[in-house]
Design a protein around this ligand. Structure first.
Ligand code: 13P
Length: 274
């Protein structure tokens, strides 16, 4: 009997990779899909921690990452031995970890969150009177502390893609555009960028914000996240002017090198089990 192969792709992969997938989504959607997929083989066109998460949630499936080198700076900047010591130093705290972390990192955590459910889960823990430490994303943690008045001690790693967004380039880029303009941003971006955003949320959250946009029809929407999602936004709302936030003058070109390792040939080979 032939094996049932399911292909998942994150929004940050290139359009041609998304077109090869059974499901395209944000981290939370893809994790849930992987958990419930009645699949013998899951081809995960994303990065390593996503494939690891799929394996944790669906251990009987064989999970294939098309390029074994597709890591994430949040993982490579986190030394797990140091993390363990940090956790031990905060023994009376609940350790909440962002899903962009290795399996070893997750094993040292009490809760795993994604950019979609992090606000609700931490609010729940604070409502129960818990003290919380947050890792590994310093920018996301700083935003949560700022937004909700928390005082969570933070681990210090960043997404090398989102961390490039900055206020100076944003101010210049937005000033150069006439008319109504909006900024939407992923919470892995630096705090000064998030503070001026009209909406902060996961990739799916930003996509939904764009889908339901009903303000000035000629507005320009700046998007502070990896450029893959602009494909989905363009498909959903071809009537809108949607551009990536600049990282320096003239450069709207911020890509995740690891997500872009998922090329057509590698995904096809993974689907064929080679
Ligand atoms: P979401 O898919 O949760 O928006 O996160 C994006 C991301 O950080 C992928 O590495």
């Amino acid at each position: 009997m032939s094996k049932r192969v399911v292909t998942l792709a994150h929004y940050y992969t290139a359009p041609e990779i998304q077109q090869m997938a059974d499901k395209v989504g944000d981290s939370l959607e893809l994790s849930l899909y992987a958990r419930d997929a009645n699949a013998d083989v899951i081809v995960f066109a994303g990065v390593r921690f996503m494939a690891e998460t799929a394996k944790i949630l669906n251990p009987q499936a064989e999970v294939i990452l098309p390029d074994a080198g597709s890591t994430c700076s949040l993982v490579t900047q986190t030394d797990v031995k140091r993390l363990k010591a940090w956790r031990e130093k905060h023994a009376d705290y609940v350790h909440v970890s962002y899903i962009n972390s290795s399996a070893e990192h997750k094993a040292l955590s009490d809760w795993i969150v994604t950019s979609r459910n992090v606000d609700d889960i931490i609010a729940h823990l604070y409502a129960e009177g818990k003290k919380v430490i947050f890792s590994p994303d310093r920018n996301m943690g700083a935003y949560l502390n700022y937004q909700y008045g928390y005082d969570m001690p933070l681990w210090s790693a960043v997404c090398e893609v989102h961390d490039k967004f900055n206020e100076t380039a944003l101010n210049e880029g937005m000033a150069a555009v006439e008319g109504a303009k909006y900024l939407i941003a992923h919470p892995e971006s630096p705090l000064p960028v998030l503070k001026r955003a009209d909406y902060v949320g996961s990739t799916s959250g930003m996509l939904n914000w764009v889908k339901s946009f009903q303000r000035e029809p000629d507005a320009t929407i700046f998007v502070a996240t990896e450029d893959g999602i602009l494909y989905n936004m363009g498909l959903a709302r071809p009537d809108l002017k949607i551009v990536q936030a600049p990282i320096y003058a003239g450069c709207q070109c911020n890509q995740c090198p690891y997500m872009k390792m998922n090329n057509v040939e590698r995904v096809q080979r993974a689907q064929a089990g080679e």
